[in-house]
Design a protein around this ligand. Sequence first.
Ligand SMILES: CC(C)(COP(=O)([O-])OP(=O)([O-])OC[C@H]1O[C@@H](n2cnc3c(N)ncnc32)[C@H](O)[C@@H]1OP(=O)([O-])[O-])[C@@H](O)C(=O)NCCC(=O)NCCSC(=O)C[C@@](C)(O)CC(=O)[O-]
Ligand SMILES: NC(=O)C1=CN([C@@H]2O[C@H](COP(=O)(O)OP(=O)(O)OC[C@H]3O[C@@H](n4cnc5c(N)ncnc54)[C@H](OP(=O)(O)O)[C@@H]3O)[C@@H](O)[C@H]2O)C=CC1
Length: 416
Amino acid sequence: MKFYQQSRLQRLTTLRQEGHLDNSAYQYFLNDQGLTQERANQLVENQLTLFPLPEGVARQVLVDGEMHDVPMVTEEPSVIAAASNGAKMAAQGTGFQTKIQNRQMIGQIILENVAQPERTKQNLLMDKTHLLEVANAAHPSIVKRGGGAKDLRVRILGSAFLSVDLIVDVKQAMGANMLNTMLEAVASELTTTRQDNCLMSILSNYATESLVTASCVIPVSVFEIQRLAGNQVAAKICAASQVAQLDPYRAATHNKGIMNGIDAAVIASGNDFRAIESGAQAYAARDGQYRGLSQWHVHEDKLVGALTLPLPLGFVGGATKTLPIVQANQKLAGINSAEDLMRVVAAIGLAQNLAALKALVTTGIQKGHMALQAKSLAISAGATTNEVQWLTAKLLQTKKFDLRTAKLLLRKLRQA
Ligand SMILES: CC(C)(COP(=O)([O-])OP(=O)([O-])OC[C@H]1O[C@@H](n2cnc3c(N)ncnc32)[C@H](O)[C@@H]1OP(=O)([O-])[O-])[C@@H](O)C(=O)NCCC(=O)NCCSC(=O)C[C@@](C)(O)CC(=O)[O-]
Ligand SMILES: NC(=O)C1=CN([C@@H]2O[C@H](COP(=O)(O)OP(=O)(O)OC[C@H]3O[C@@H](n4cnc5c(N)ncnc54)[C@H](OP(=O)(O)O)[C@@H]3O)[C@@H](O)[C@H]2O)C=CC1
């Protein structure tokens, strides 16, 4: 029986037997030892309750020669199936190859009312060594870990603003808090010793010093479907990716498909998904036009895809220790560092994109998506656990995926 056809308990047993869950992680998932109300009350303000979301796993995601089971948290049916589908197709070629271009965070101190921007810029740059020392003195523990402030750059914004950009090696953390501490120390130094007008200081989520690329090369024969030859499907996937380079209306949806996978994996990893979303969207508009983050082309008889985006993810810090499930997820995913996480999350984004594009240019999205969405429709219509399977099957038969039809069918079942 396929993994996704098994019951939840069977799936957990399979993962344990295959060695992907150790006993503590297995017990954690089995007994649903989620967040307690007490812990939640310590995490956010005015806490009322917990908001549960389903967590599933995309299986056998081949990244740099290693298989990963990637936990994904999402409310949307078909996302995890699509990620698994994309990963399966990629594994029939090279799997995903990844490259981390850098892993540093950028923070900004904004100066306002700068009378002589170019002169101030040069003065600040001359003071770079001292300012880096001030930054590092504000967070000495990261320096002991081999990280810390590494560079300082200055950009003139408009006629009277300057951005003093601090570049920090944050090691295994996402680094927002440590960066903000450093930035405020440097801002205070600028105000007191140089009388600069500091408007604000905060890290930038446009994390262009934390770029990662995932790519894959897949024989076009993998894409053969019904009447369409593999090379025809591959050509259509390339054409779809080209449209996302030309049209922001299509690019936004193309990128939503990528973020279906990325957000779900990022949430499961306990990272700040708003930070990742904002960085990815800014990067998509980096040359002044908003474009698709991934591109596909055919080379000889292979489909070649690549996705590059900023993924400043943390393996420690943030919610990675405060949400107990994150440690179980890290074990399940076989992730041991921030770099592992960046590679796997980028791969999931490309897998998700491939599955969506293939569906769009062949059967259309509704066939696969609605087959899985029908279950949600059945639940929305009020079906009980015992009725869901019957109603889902009926909806697929009628091919009418609306609430009215679902309610009507359910009423008929109950009257029978
Ligand atoms: C839905 C599928 C996967 C069906 O896929 P399929 O090809 O019709 O079915 P299949 O039975 O041949 O399955 C192929 C593989 O998919 C996986 N798979 C198949 N079913 C399951 C399942 N129940 N649970 C877990 N995994 C599943 C699994 O890996 C399976 O291989 P197998 O293990 O059988 O050898 C396919 O049609 C697909 O990938 N569609 C894309 C769906 C999608 O992208 N959904 C997101 C919502 S739409 C959206 O928000 C984004 C979008 C589309 O707008 C982005 C864009 O426009 O670019
Ligand atoms: N714009 C944004 O995106 C903003 C985001 N945030 C939030 O900030 C949080 C992330 O900030 P972050 O600074 O990462 O998290 P934390 O404040 O949790 O700090 C991480 C800490 O982990 C410790 N640590 C232990 N081992 C390591 C290691 N190997 N490498 C690096 N650090 C290690 C360090 O402390 P020590 O060395 O002292 O042990 C480090 O300061 C998220 O919750 C995010 O939502 C906050 C403000 C703005």
